[in-house]
Design a protein around this ligand. Structure first.
Ligand SMILES: [Zn+2]
Length: 318
């Protein structure tokens, strides 16, 4: 099913590649075992996991993409305390680990209902998206691609991942669209009220404006509907090539992907918001001179904050 090399970033020997792939397979098997602080799943948890797997499978089938459901043992429901201990942060709702093909849910962050189902679909989407790795003696095995999120640890420090914000917003939009399209069924089967889905406060809503500008702009350039652009972006998370991003450059200019790359990457929320506002202004502007200036401003603010972050040794992503 999987096409293309799993490991990128340098030339690998045949034997070493076989070893690296074997390690991934082993970790994927081991991640089915319960982890420290894991809570036993309730009947409701199981119903939600089954539903999330089924909804994602159906959506991906519409997009022409095969889906392998994640077994429930590989989804670990943790208390906030256990989650923080394991993943080093207490604010995120969930995390999909590319190495061991597992999902961790910060259970205390949820009140069941639309909220929990959204997190499950969101993390399952990250898990199902295209993954690439980089391996070396110095780095061990590190992710090089998760959906749209790209890291080049062979030339840049580990953890510096381009397009993090864009990857998150596409993933979250996809999850929310799935919930909206199936709300009648969710009310009947899981008792989730329609109004909980209609008024749902989804994650990454701060990127609404920039994302809708990108989608509308691309739709106008390509002469297709907003919905078709969304489908293309959703599909792109799972595609071998990043061709779906070309339309962004064609619409907003050559430097636009370098600008978009900085969205949502920084760990410090104040620094991240500062860069995010500049990125949004870039995508809102029709003035070429202003765009050139904003591009420089985005890059310099980003670089400065990144170096501060590195000096403080902060790490991690969700
Ligand atoms: Zn995410």
């Amino acid at each position: 099913m999987e096409k293309g090399p799993k490991f990128i970033g340098r030339a690998y020997g045949e034997e070493e590649l076989a070893q690296a792939e074997k390690s991934l397979e082993r970790w994927a098997k081991e991640s089915a075992a319960p982890v420290e602080g894991e809570e036993e799943k309730t009947e409701e948890d199981h119903a939600y996991i089954d539903k999330a797997n089924d909804l994602l499978r159906r959506r991906l089938a519409n997009l022409g993409i095969p889906y392998t459901p994640i077994p429930s043992e590989k989804i670990h429901m943790l208390s906030a305390e256990a989650y923080e201990k394991r993943l080093g942060n207490s604010v995120d709702h969930g995390f999909a680990s590319a190495f061991d093909d597992a999902i961790f849910v910060n259970k205390n962050k949820h009140h069941g209902g639309a909220d929990l189902l959204d997190t499950l679909i969101h993390e399952m989407t990250h898990r199902a998206s295209k993954h690439r790795f980089f391996g070396s003696e110095e780095h061990g095995t590190v992710p090089a691609r998760i959906g749209y999120q790209l890291a080049s640890p062979w030339k840049e420090p580990e953890g510096r991942a381009a397009l993090t914000g864009f990857n998150e917003i596409v993933t979250e939009y996809m999850a929310v669209r799935i919930l909206e399209a199936t709300k009648e069924e969710l009310e009947q089967e899981l008792g989730i009220a329609n109004k909980d889905i209609e008024g749902f406060q989804y994650g990454y809503a701060q990127y609404n404006d920039v994302f809708s500008k990108i989608v509308r702009g691309v739709a106008a350039t390509k002469g297709i509907s907003v919905r078709e652009v969304m489908d293309d972006f959703e599909r792109g998370q799972f595609a071998e090539s990043l061709f779906s991003l070309k339309a962004i450059e064609a619409t907003f200019g050559k430097s636009s992907l370098r600008v978009l790359a900085c969205l949502g990457v920084l760990r410090d929320s104040a620094e991240r918001e500062k860069v995010d506002v500049l990125v949004e202004r870039y995508f809102s502007s029709d003035n070429q001179d202003e765009k050139v200036n904003l591009q420089k401003e985005v890059r310099s603010s980003f670089e400065e904050a990144w170096h501060t972050q590195m000096a403080q040794g902060e790490e991690g992503n969700s």
